[in-house]
Design a protein around this ligand. Structure first.
Ligand SMILES: *Cc1c(COP(=O)(O)O)cnc(C)c1O
Length: 393
């Protein structure tokens, strides 16, 4: 007898749950649902907050773990005309999903790659004079005039020309036909309203935008959008907020959740008072305890640091509609959840529990793991089946 084909759980691949037979469905250990309608609603919210600036979409790292092809397709049909990726490979994937949008590559033009930009009509975000010289040489030799962005550093000290180097480009800019379609800088502390760095960076970037007048200017990431209109210039570049991460950590989250993660209960077991759970025996049952053992672990991006240790509040999952704490260390492939508070027959082996969703946010899970929502999203495992909801205009 042939075993039924299991749906692929590889990243970048999505499945339509309606088309999956029940055996295959039961075999899925983790189901990651991406709500494309919520994603689009988040983009529209950021867009309307930024008028008259244009609102781009940052889709690097497989669209923050949500799947670049589906995300670009959904945002492009909502009207997004500019995308940012980190790498040329990501640009290729984005180009496959949109014929007409502008695609900027934040890592810029790596040595010897200029022709690939022309091949797929992508634009490097150039942050170094040697890189600019190589790009210029390519454009002169081939006549390619697809455009490039200039990145000017205003305090991040990561990528970008120094202020002095940027001022050195002024004669070229005043001479016209400079080949620049955008000038950007990046905020280091945008999520902290009132951080002195924001004032320093906006002052420096104002100078640049003024000197580069005629070239659209862009400074704000997700949190930057919420620092106010003076940070929005001609184009804003939100990433994390599109996917539901709170861009205003000091206040309520204005964005809708996009990601829902469910994982399968492999076993329900009872342990005695005084028994310990998991590696290192870090968690002790203080009463007769019922555990749901769930098929996801740190190999799936459920961070080990979110585990339950005696005396420390652990991450929580939603089981049968109720929040229940993680008990003991997170294993590579498994998590134990304390379901003692649930009615005796509330869940059985084979049921799903919610690890993200139903009120458990990406930011909350990140908090328990000592990290940020960005890292939770970009770590979402390859073993999960990715399912898309909505997104059809
Ligand atoms: C990642 C990135 C963004 C998007 O940042 P979010 O905080 O996710 O909104 C914008 N600009 C640059 C240069 C980036 O690297």
């Amino acid at each position: 007898m042939n075993a039924p084909d299991l749906p692929s759980t590889a990243s970048h691949r999505s499945i339509a749950l309606e088309s999956v037979d029940s055996v295959s469905l039961s075999a899925l250990t983790g189901i990651l649902t991406i709500d494309l309608d919520a994603l689009v609603a988040n983009w529209r919210k950021l867009e309307s907050r930024s008028i008259p600036a244009e609102c781009a979409g940052v889709v690097k790292a497989d669209a923050y773990g949500c799947g670049l092809p589906a995300v670009v397709t959904a945002l492009a049909s909502a009207g997004c005309k500019t995308f940012f990726v980190a790498t040329l490979n990501e640009a290729r994937a984005a180009r496959a999903a949109t014929k007409s949008a502008a695609i900027y590559v934040l890592d810029g033009c790596l040595v010897g790659t200029a022709e690939v930009f022309a091949d797929i009509d992508a634009r490097p975000v150039i942050g170094d004079l040697a890189e600019l010289a190589e790009w210029d040489a390519f454009c002169r030799r081939t006549g390619w005039a697809g455009g490039a962005a200039i990145h000017v550093d205003t305090g991040m000290n990561r990528l970008g020309l120094s202020m002095t180097e940027a001022q050195g480009l002024l004669p070229r800019i005043q001479g016209g036909s400079h080949g620049f379609t955008l000038v950007i800088s990046h905020l280091a502390c945008a999520e902290t309203l009132g951080h002195p760095m924001n004032a320093r960076q906006i002052a420096a970037f104002r100078e640049i935008a003024h000197a580069f007048s005629g070239i659209p200017a862009s400074l704000a990431n997700s949190s930057g959008v919420f620092l106010g209109p003076q940070f929005q210039f001609d184009l804003v570049r939100p990433g994390a907020a599109l996917y539901g991460v709170n861009p205003t950590p000091e206040a309520d989250n204005p964005m809708q959740p996009v990601v829902n993660l469910k994982a399968r209960i492999v076993q329900v077991r009872n342990v005695e008072r005084g028994d310990t759970v998991g590696y290192g025996a870090t968690w002790t049952a203080r009463r007769p305890t019922r555990l749901a053992i769930v098929a996801a672990g740190y190999a799936d991006g459920y961070f080990r640091a979110a585990g339950g240790v005696d005396g420390v509040r652990s991450a929580e999952a939603v089981v049968a509609g109720q929040r229940c704490p993680v008990a003991g260390r997170i294993s590579m492939d498994l998590i134990a959840i304390d379901i003692t508070e649930l009615p005796p027959n509330a869940v059985r082996r084979g049921h799903l529990v919610t690890l993200i969703g139903e009120g458990v946010t990406v930011d909350e899970l990140a908090h328990h793991a000592g990290t940020i929502g960005y890292e939770v999203l970009t770590s979402l495992g390859r073993r999960y089946a990715r399912v898309y909801r909505g997104g059809k205009a």
